[in-house]
Design a protein around this ligand. Structure first.
Ligand SMILES: C[S@@+](CC[C@H](N)C(=O)[O-])C[C@H]1O[C@@H](n2cnc3c(N)ncnc32)[C@H](O)[C@@H]1O
Length: 205
């Protein structure tokens, strides 16, 4: 069971947060980005893949957690089609490079609605936070499961709030349920974190 660590994300992200987000409830919540820091600190991933990067806040908090735990990730890849905000990948890459000049971050601009592209790497942690309709989410889970190193983790966002970006979290639940129907027995760990948005965490064997 993972317990949230104290982490002042507002102080950490103050130079990269965009004006439009700075006063939003989800951004101000102490029960959201501190969790990403906690995942980084607890899991200590050497390699991270994120589906849905936007301005890089969650990715930055995961990396910071891992670095503070003594493990600098060697490979960080994110993917986003910038459908929320044009140019967000460029801004996110600049922000992540300024926060972590030593870390190799690569961002791919691509639509993942019909699945993730083939990536020739394995990861210790994959965060799924884009295109939360049923079909893409099942597909992302299925692909992410096979892109993990042994013992690796998947974190899925938006499992708790009713409506996010106009999509009911029911679709996410349905996708995760369907996925677990054939993978549950294999998973080493399954946890639901009842935080600001609701996270499901799976660990593969
Ligand atoms: C909730 S935001 C990600 C927030 C980020 N993980 C954070 O907490 O800092 C979701 C992102 O998914 C992206 N997205 C939505 N649908 C997508 C699609 N079909 N393909 C690729 N990216 C998509 C949006 O552009 C947006 O930046």
């Amino acid at each position: 069971m993972i317990s949230k660590l104290e982490f002042d994300h507002k102080e950490f992200l103050k130079d990269i947060v965009i004006e439009e987000d700075a006063n939003k409830e989800w951004y101000l919540s102490d029960d959201y980005y501190a969790w990403y820091y906690t995942y980084g600190f607890t899991i200590k991933p050497k390699s991270i893949f994120e589906v849905g990067v936007r301005y890089g806040y969650s990715m930055a908090c995961i990396i910071k957690g891992s670095v503070d735990a003594g493990v600098a990730p060697e490979l960080v890849i994110g993917i986003d089609n910038e459908e929320d905000h044009g140019g967000s990948n460029t801004a996110a890459l600049q922000s992540l490079n300024s926060l972590f000049p030593e870390i190799n971050v690569q961002l791919i601009t691509k639509n993942v609605y019909r699945g993730l592209p083939k990536i020739d790497h394995r990861f210790d942690l994959i965060h799924i936070d884009a295109a939360h309709h049923v079909y893409p989410t099942i597909h992302h889970l299925d692909q992410a499961y096979r892109m993990l190193n042994p013992g690796g983790y998947i974190v899925i966002d938006d499992m708790g709030s009713k409506i996010t970006y106009g999509i009911s979290s029911d679709t996410c639940h349905k996708a995760v349920q369907d996925f677990l129907l054939y993978r549950f027995r294999e998973c080493k760990q399954y946890t639901y974190i009842n935080n600001f948005r609701g996270h499901v965490i799976l660990q593969v064997p």
